[in-house]
Design a protein around this ligand. Structure first.
Ligand SMILES: [Zn+2]
Ligand SMILES: [Zn+2]
Ligand SMILES: [Zn+2]
Length: 147
């Protein structure tokens, strides 16, 4: 169905390099990962790679549309492969677990923003912060609503 990553890189005017293949594979394997996490994954096979290389490669991969990033934590952006269906990240502020839900869940919101303001929201680029079911169920009485 989808074009092979190699063909996508070539179509974008980029050469296929071992580093680009390793970083893409790391993103696919880790599903959601910061550049730091990608680096330590890549290091298992290529100890010579450094963080600025990972950032450069991610920029290339994002440019041709093989990966995307979202702002999930306050630190580095989190990358995922675009072979995954478009999704919104739900981040639990208690246990930091990240869940994915389809962007279609927010279709009405996106449409309403578009119709009201002409602004096309890139809903997958942000994360929705809150508390997951497990953490909510273990909340002690009185702690509800605390931030
Ligand atoms: Zn961003
Ligand atoms: Zn994601
Ligand atoms: Zn939680």
């Amino acid at each position: 169905m989808t074009e092979a990553p190699d063909a996508t890189l070539r179509a974008g005017g980029y050469r296929i390099t071992a580093q680009r293949q390793l970083v893409l594979q790391a993103v696919v394997d880790l599903r959601h990962a910061t550049p730091e996490q990608i680096l330590s994954h890549v290091h298992r096979q290529a100890p010579g790679v450094n963080l600025s290389t990972v950032y450069r490669v991610l920029t290339v991969l994002e440019d041709v549309g093989l990966v995307r990033h979202a702002h999930i934590s306050t630190g580095s952006p989190t990358y995922h492969a675009t072979e995954e269906a478009p999704h919104i990240h739900l981040v639990c502020r208690d246990c930091a677990r990240v869940q994915s839900v389809p962007t279609s869940i927010a279709a009405a919101l996106v449409t309403e923003i578009d119709e009201g303001t002409g602004f096309l929201a890139d809903i997958g680029h942000a994360a929705i912060h809150g508390r997951c079911r497990e953490c909510r169920s273990t909340t002690k009485p009185g702690a509800e609503g605390s931030d």
